[in-house]
Design a protein around this ligand. Structure first.
Ligand code: FAD
Length: 315
């Protein structure tokens, strides 16, 4: 059956995709299906939140690759010919999305921040940032299914509607494997994955020496957040692990609160957090570009301001 399909790795991402999935299914005039890989007891919730059908994927251990889903998803999509396939832009699912799109001989529009139905042309259109966030690209996909990846927290989570019901269908493992794993080596992370963090304190080159990162760490702890850095701090000075670099060549985050201390706010960095709900900055230069994107700014020396902030927050 065609329709709008949703695939995510966890409950919060699934609920966010159900919001846009329900909206688009209504616009296209079709049904909404959601794939469920874990947390199977959520099937009823997802139906209450708008899914007409829950498709249960075979369970895969948490630390295993999701490769086994590639033939299952490709075969299902090949049979059902969905209108729109929405996939959460997680590290693992981005790869799955690209490989499924290749098998289906269709395009993949990655990291979309808007998806809508153009009433005049009758086409589904997507918008995504490009040139480090300096421009918005509008995309119309010419092939089917339209496959789209969506960064976490792009949409609000779907709410429940009473009385909604749907069907549950279990999908079987495919005899056609996506490939054979010869060896698996775990890459040791030096830090937590901060893409899901609600509060991120970012250290910029305004911090004079490595030991002073302790100040930012303390602020992050008081705010119950995580620490990150600009490229000079992570990739050049290596004062923080490279995986904590925010920006064009690092990771994109969308926390509730971003606090930049000693960060100038160059576009390549700002593109990594511009969708944060609240942006705060501490910089001694009143003309620093970060104040152009900040909701709240303190002009001052971070060595003076941050300890005072910590004290006030502790109170
Ligand atoms: C292709 C490309 C990709 C890039 N990708 C990324 C990326 O992904 N992420 C990224 O971060 N950068 C990236 N960059 C680099 C980016 O252009 C900037 O150079 C970088 O973000 C600047 O980092 P910063 O703000 O820490 O340092 P600076 O620009 O040196 O700013 C330091 C700031 O600290 C302030 N300051 C100094 N002392 C104090 C003090 N005591 N108290 C308060 N404020 C103080 C200064 O006024 C200044 O504004 C990229 C560049 C290129 C060309």
């Amino acid at each position: 059956m065609p329709g709008v399909w949703v695939l995510a790795e966890n409950r919060s991402q699934t609920l966010e995709l159900l919001t846009i999935g329900r909206f688009m299914a209504g616009k296209i005039g079709t049904s909404l299906s959601v794939f469920l890989c874990q947390d199977r007891e959520s099937a009823g919730d997802y139906m209450a939140c708008g899914a007409d059908e829950v498709l249960l994927l075979p369970e895969i251990a948490k630390d295993q690759s999701l490769d086994a889903y590639i033939p299952i998803l490709s075969e299902e999509a090949g049979k059902a010919d969905p209108d729109l396939f929405l996939i959460a832009s997680t590290f693992r699912l981005k790869e799955i999305a690209a490989r499924v799109a290749t098998r289906l001989n269709t395009g993949l529009c990655s990291d979309c921040i808007k998806i809508y139905f153009n009433d005049r042309s009758g086409a589904v259109e997507m918008e995504r940032l490009m040139y480090g966030g300096a421009a918005v690209q509008r995309v119309v996909c010419q092939s089917r299914p339209i496959m789209v990846t969506v960064p976490p927290r792009t949409f609000e989570p779907a709410g429940t509607e009473s009385g909604r019901k749907g069907q549950i269908r279990s999908l079987k493992e495919s005899p056609r494997s996506a490939g054979r794993v010869l060896e698996r080596k775990r890459r040791e992370r030096e830090s937590k994955d901060i893409r899901e963090a609600k509060v991120v304190v970012c250290v910029g080159r305004g911090v004079e020496k490595k030991e002073d990162i302790a100040l930012a760490r303390e602020l992050a702890e008081v705010l119950r957040g995580e620490i990150a850095g600009t490229r000079p701090v992570t990739e050049e000075l290596h004062w923080l692990p490279e995986e904590l670099c925010i920006g064009l060549s690092g990771i994109q985050i969308k926390p509730e609160l971003y606090v930049g201390i000693g960060v100038s706010g160059q576009i390549q960095h700002v593109t990594g957090f511009r969708d944060a709900k609240v942006i705060c900055a501490v910089n001694k230069d009143a003309n620093a570009p970060i104040f152009g994107v900040a909701d709240m700014g303190i002009v001052g020396d971070l060595y003076d301001v941050v300890p005072k902030l910590i004290n006030e927050l502790k109170k």
